[in-house]
Design a protein around this ligand. Structure first.
Ligand code: 5AD
Ligand code: SF4
Length: 439
C-alpha cells in the first residue's frame, strides 16, 4: 500500500495524440485535487504515457521505469507508477508482472485514472484496458490554460490495418467525436489561450459525423473568433477528399502544410503493406494539392526494410522522394510488431541493409528539408511565438510551413509577428521582425 498521491508528473512518448492525452490526464488529476510536480523524481505519482509503434519505443518504457525508481530512491522516495497509453493497452497485466507498476490504463480508459489511483493506494489491483463504447471525452473536465498552439483530438483509432501497424489493436476501431463537441472544445481552447489548433487523429482526414467531414470541421473552427491557425495530422492518402483539398485553397487560417505518409515508393511493397494506394495514386494526389496551394509544405513517413523489400523497391522510394521534394519527413526502420500480419512475413531484410537504406533515405530527406528552408529565405510571413529561446531576448516560433523560426526583440508568447525569413539551416530559420511604420 502507498499513501494517496498529492503530486503527479505525466511523461508522454510517441505521437501528438499522446501529448494531447497527457494534457487531459493532467487536467483530470488537477480536477481531482492533485498538483503538478516539477519533475518525475519529486512526484508522488508518475504517469508514463507510452508508445507501442516500434519495439524501441516499447522497451524505453521499461528502462524509464527503472530510472525513475533509481532517481526517486536517491531521494528516499518510491513514487506510485502508472503506465498509460498504447503499451498499457497491448501488454496489460504483463507490465504489472514484469515491472511491478501500480496502475495500468489504456488510451480509451484514462478518464478512470483517479479511481484507479485510489484503488492502487488502497492496495488493490488497478488495471483498466477496456475500450468502452461510451466516449471517454464526455467524462473529462473542460480545458484549462493552454499554450498558443493546442492539440485537439477529433478522431481516434484506425480501420486500415496496414500489415506492419499496431494502431488498430492498441487504439481500436476508428471513431470520430461529435462535431459540436469538437467545436465547443476548440472554443474553450481559444478562451484558454490558444491561437493555433491542430486537429488530431490517426487518420484525421477520415473524420466523419453524419455527412460532415474534416473540411466542414475546419470551416467551422475557422469561424471561431480568435483562431488564427488551423492544422491537422495525420492523414491517409485514401481519405484526401476534394472538400479538404478545396479547404487548402479557400480557408486562410488553414496552414499550408500537409503530413501525408506514403511509407514506400514501391507499389509492390505498398500492396504488401495493405496501403490500398499505389505510388502513382499518391503522386497524382500531391499534384492536385499543389495545384490549389503551390506553396504547401509536404511531409511524410517512410518505413525502410519492410519484409521482402529489394534494392529495386528501395530505389523506388528514393525516386519518389526526389519527385516530391518533402519539406520535412520521418523515416523508420521496419520493426516487427507482435500480432501484426507483417511480423510473420518472409523476406526479412538484414540489419546492415536496413541501416544503409535508412542512412541513404535520411540523407536525401535532410537535403530536401534544407533546400526547402533555403528557398524560404526572403519570404515575409507570420510567425506564431511559442516560447522563449535559449539566448537572452530570443523567441522561438513557427512559420506557416511549420518551420522553427527564432527571432529577437520585444515579443510575447502567443504573438503573431510579421517577419522576413533569413539564415536557413537544416532545422530552423532566423526571422527579422518587420515593424509596421506609423503613417
Ligand atoms: N515499424 C516501423 N515503423 C512503423 N510505423 C508504424 N508501424 C511501424 C513499424 N512496425 C511508422 C509509420 C507510421 C509512423 C507513425 O510510424 O511510418 O506512419
Ligand atoms: Fe497504422 Fe496504417 Fe492505420 Fe496509419 S493508416 S495508423 S499506419 S494501420
Amino acid at each position: 500500500m502507498k499513501p494517496a498521491p498529492k503530486t503527479f508528473h505525466v511523461k508522454s512518448f510517441g505521437c501528438q495524440m499522446n501529448v494531447y492525452d497527457g494534457e487531459r490526464m493532467a487536467e483530470l488529476m488537477t480536477a481531482d485535487g492533485m498538483t503538478a510536480a516539477v519533475d518525475a523524481a519529486s512526484a508522488d505519482l508518475v504517469v508514463l504515457n507510452t508508445c507501442h509503434i516500434r519495439e524501441k519505443a516499447t522497451e524505453k518504457v521499461y528502462s524509464d521505469i527503472g530510472r525513475i525508481r533509481k532517481d526517486a530512491g536517491k531521494l528516499d522516495r518510491a513514487p506510485m507508477i502508472a503506465v498509460a497509453g498504447c503499451v498499457a493497452q497491448a501488454e496489460g497485466a504483463e507490465i504489472v508482472a514484469r515491472a511491478k507498476v501500480d496502475v495500468v490504463v489504456g488510451p480509451q480508459a484514462y478518464h478512470n485514472l483517479p479511481g484507479l489511483v485510489a484503488k492502487a493506494a488502497a492496495g488493490e489491483a488497478a488495471l483498466d484496458t477496456d475500450m468502452p463504447l461510451a466516449s471517454k471525452f464526455g467524462a473529462l473536465p473542460s480545458r484549462r490554460r493552454v499554450g498558443p498552439s493546442a492539440f485537439l483530438t477529433v478522431a481516434e483509432g484506425c480501420d486500415k490495418f496496414c500489415t506492419y501497424c499496431v494502431v488498430p489493436y492498441t487504439r481500436g476501431a476508428e471513431i470520430s467525436r461529435p462535431f459540436a463537441a469538437i467545436v465547443d472544445e476548440a472554443r474553450a481552447l481559444v478562451d484558454a489561450g490558444a491561437r493555433e489548433i491542430t486537429l488530431l487523429g490517426q487518420n484525421v482526414n477520415a473524420y466523419v459525423d453524419e455527412n460532415r467531414g474534416l473540411h466542414d470541421l475546419i470551416r467551422a473552427i475557422d469561424r471561431i473568433p480568435g483562431v488564427a491557425r488551423i492544422r491537422y495530422t495525420t492523414s491517409h492518402p485514401n481519405d484526401m477528399a476534394d472538400g479538404l483539398i478545396e479547404a487548402h485553397r479557400d480557408v486562410e487560417t488553414l496552414m499550408p502544410y500537409l503530413h501525408l505518409p506514403v511509407q514506400s515508393g514501391s507499389t509492390r511493397i505498398l500492396r504488401a503493406m495493405n496501403r490500398s494506394h499505389g505510388r502513382d495514386d499518391y503522386l497524382r494526389l500531391l499534384d492536385r494539392v499543389r495545384a490549389v496551394r503551390p506553396d504547401i509544405a509536404l511531409s511524410g513517413d517512410f518505413i525502410v526494410g519492410f519484409p521482402g523489400e529489394t534494392d529495386a523497391d528501395f530505389a523506388d522510394t528514393m525516386s519518389l522522394v526526389d519527385a516530391v521534394g518533402y519539406a520535412q519527413a520521418f523515416s523508420f526502420k521496419y520493426s516487427p510488431r507482435p500480432g501484426t500480419p507483417a511480423a510473420t512475413m518472409e523476406g526479412e531484410v538484414p540489419a546492415e541493409v536496413m541501416d544503409a537504406r535508412l542512412q541513404a533515405l535520411q540523407a536525401a530527406l535532410g537535403r530536401d528539408q534544407k533546400a526547402f528552408n533555403v528557398a524560404s529565405v526572403g519570404r515575409t510571413c507570420a510567425v506564431l511565438v511559442e516560447r522563449r529561446g535559449k539566448l537572452p531576448g530570443q523567441w522561438l516560433g513557427k512559420s506557416p510551413w511549420l518551420q522553427s523560426v527564432h527571432l529577437l526583440g520585444d515579443h510575447a508568447i502567443g504573438d503573431l509577428v510579421t517577419v522576413e525569413l533569413g539564415d536557413a539551416t537544416l532545422s530552423s530559420l532566423a526571422g527579422r521582425a518587420i515593424v509596421a511604420k506609423a503613417a
